[in-house]
Design a protein around this ligand. Structure first.
Ligand SMILES: Nc1ncnc2c1ncn2[C@@H]1O[C@H](COP(=O)(O)OP(=O)(O)OP(=O)(O)O)[C@@H](O)[C@H]1O
Ligand SMILES: [Mg+2]
Length: 349
């Protein structure tokens, strides 16, 4: 649970402190007042990453060299993230080089694997609708965000695997272009198989978990895991194509999953409303999964989702807000009119 955050030079905030209720906090403000930016800063303390920046320095205020977010959890842990553009103006002719991102727990620098997971969140925004219909990379990112919060070994494996794929692709390129020996592949193959296996097993576990949960409105939603297994045999089978393409063609970086409703492909056949329900089911599963695996209730972050939902679904989401710390943003306070006893943060445009 997060008690308060201090934001400095982060997006449109020069210097602000926000305090959160252990129950429900509603952030109200007009468009462009900074609601999503607050969510982003909270999510940054949770995962060490942004959910929207393509490059992290986008989080640094236009006028500043450095963005700092510092938060205190209910247990007293202090989490801090500092993001820079890589350079800081120190008044001399040449700006000084600095690290682009620093993550700290109780003042001690941590690697990403050790920073994330200290404070757990489930984020739900309008963009989540894209998970049903858009590209597989979004779905893989979703799996990584959920499982990473509960499993340090998974976080480590994903980082090591992704780095391994980049290196292996470079080697495949050199084999094709420069005739470098294929024997060097053995090392990368072993590394990818070891980490890839772990990733596949954990993704499978999550998907099995979610498939056991009941759907919203007792509709039967399921996820079908479309896994790309990595093994000696499969790498052997694709080795010529891999060299020709200079790309690693098998492994969990090619995984996907498909939403099914009553056994039909939700992306192809589902109505927009049914797809929304599928996402709601997925988010409820995410909450349940994190709680089951860690014994802790994650903080629920709802960014501007009410205008997307009809009455019935709004009520379902409202029901969810009672079970754990929840932070809600909305431009339109009438959506949350029937919530009593909430902490309010009002932003002005
Ligand atoms: N690096 C930055 N420095 C300064 N301002 C920024 C930076 N990045 C984004 N902003 C500005 O922050 C403002 C608030 O953005 P934010 O997405 O948080 O608004 P919002 O309240 O969620 O609005 P909406 O209701 O439209 O979703 C925007 O006007 C945006 O241009
Ligand atoms: Mg917003």
């Amino acid at each position: 649970m997060i008690k308060s955050i201090k934001v400095l030079g982060f997006r449109n905030f020069i210097k602000d402190i926000f305090e959160f209720s252990p129950k429900i906090t509603v952030i109200v403000g007009p468009n462009a007042s900074g609601k999503t930016n607050i969510m982003e800063s909270v999510f940054l303390l949770s995962t060490g990453r942004s959910f929207k920046a393509r490059v992290e320095e986008e989080m640094v205020n236009y006028e500043k060299d450095l963005a700092r977010v510092k938060g205190t959890s209910s247990g007293g842990t202090v989490l801090e993230a500092v993001v820079t553009r890589g350079l800081i103006d120190i008044g001399t002719q040449r700006p000084e080089k600095v690290v682009r991102k620093k993550l700290l727990v109780n003042g001690l620098p941590k690697r990403l694997v050790d920073f994330s997971g200290n404070f757990k969140t489930v984020l739900f925004g309008p963009w989540d609708m894209d998970l049903v219909t858009e590209s597989p990379s979004l779905r893989r990112k979703f799996l990584d965000t959920v499982i990473s919060q509960v499993d340090r070994e998974y976080r480590r494996s994903v980082l090591s695997y992704e780095k391994g794929v980049r290196q292996r692709n470079r080697l495949l390129f050199r084999i094709r272009e420069e005739g470098v020996s294929r024997s060097q592949l053995v090392f990368w193959n072993q590394l990818l198989i070891k980490n890839g296996d772990y990733i596949t097993v954990k993704r499978e576990e999550f998907i099995e978990f979610i498939n056991k949960l009941h759907g919203v409105n007792s509709q039967d939603f399921q996820l079908a895991y479309d896994r790309s297994v990595i093994s000696e045999g499969r790498l052997e089978q694709y080795k010529e194509e891999e060299v020709a393409a200079a790309t690693t063609l098998v492994g969990p970086h090619r995984d996907d999953f498909i939403f099914k409703l009553e056994n039909r492909d939700l992306a192809a056949y589902g109505s927009r409303g049914e797809q929304r329900m599928g996402i709601l089911w997925l988010k409820m599963a995410e909450l349940a999964f994190i709680e089951e695996k860690t014994g802790e209730k994650p903080t629920l972050l709802l960014d501007d989702i009410f205008s997307e939902l009809d009455h019935k679904h709004r009520d379902i989401v409202m029901g969810l807000t009672k079970n754990q710390q929840t932070i809600i943003t909305t431009a339109d306070p009438h959506f949350i009119g029937n919530l009593k006893k909430v902490e309010k943060i009002e932003l002005t445009g």
